[in-house]
Design a binder for this molecule. Sequence first.
Ligand code: F6P
Length: 365
Amino acid sequence: MSIRRIAICTGGGDAPGLNAVIRAVVLAAEQRGWDCLGIRDGYNGLLQPDEYAEGVVKLSRETVRGITHLGGTILGTTNRGNPLSFPITGEDGVVREVDRSDELVQKLQVRGIDALIAVGGDGSMAIAHALCQKGVRVVGVPKTIDNDLVGTSVTFGFNTASSFATLAIDRLHSTAEAHRRVMVVEVMGRYAGWIALYSGVAGTADVILIPEIPYDYDEVANKIRTRNQAGYDFSIVVVAEGARPRGGELSVREREVGSAERLGGAGEKVAAEIEARTRQDTRVVVLGHLQRGGSPSTWDRLLALRFGAAAVRALDEGQDGVMVALDPPTVRYVSLEEATERTKTVPLDHDLILTARDLGISFGD
Ligand code: F6P
């Protein structure tokens, strides 16, 4: 079936590069004579039209002018609008999850949308896969600062986020040294340690704690004591938000119906245990959403533009149910099924883990 109109939406946590994808999609679609619509806040613009002046907007060369370098997303995003488990508050005040995907498919048809480009992380790709199985022609674009999507060597947003974390760690060295303190830096990444590993190695951390390697507080303290004995009386400890002690629990801040659990607090716990064991003054810095904000790096801009253009080419070539993926030096397509098979965590034999160990960095194991 030939295409006349496509729609694009951005879902899940934002990541630097979303606007670059939108721009590339709109311009590439326009070149093919296709209309391009933007759905607000994931699919909420379609599912909750009453909450918007315009839940679906027409995108054109004019509306995407000058946005390549901007963080965020001009369409807005949400992690509370999964059409497969949409949170609805009942009359009893209890929030329940309802499957609204059939309704969404119908709404796409009513708008004359021939194909959908879904930009997002693992949750968004799972939704895209489900929509595809219900007959929607869909291509996914992998986005997340966490870099935890399989099928693509990297997601856009990760480079900007990990570079920001590296700069933050760089800055903490001088103040840690001046006060002879332990500085604990908590970074994002959900259940994968990519941001902690990349920024920790690049920023010359002494200890890096990642979800893939449960740690032992005594080992962490030993590393700090060893440094102190060698005359280095300050240390930098990078903690992924999803890291947990051996036999211990994940640090979860909040669990809410209809959205993913919110992690947080891992850094505080590690700092308290370090201070208790070493008696050394310890401070915690949580980088939080600073990692997601701001302009995309050159790398992320280019990757996002490439992904956006490739998504439109995929539709033009008749592809369906695929996600664009980076397979250096080229961009290829993987099935949404493959892309949603599992979370891409850091393999224990990853070269960067081996490199870190050779540099004397401790994983607390
Ligand atoms: O998935 C991206 C991410 O930034 C994670 O690293 C983090 O755990 C989560 O989103 C935070 O989500 P929220 O924006 O809902 O606080």
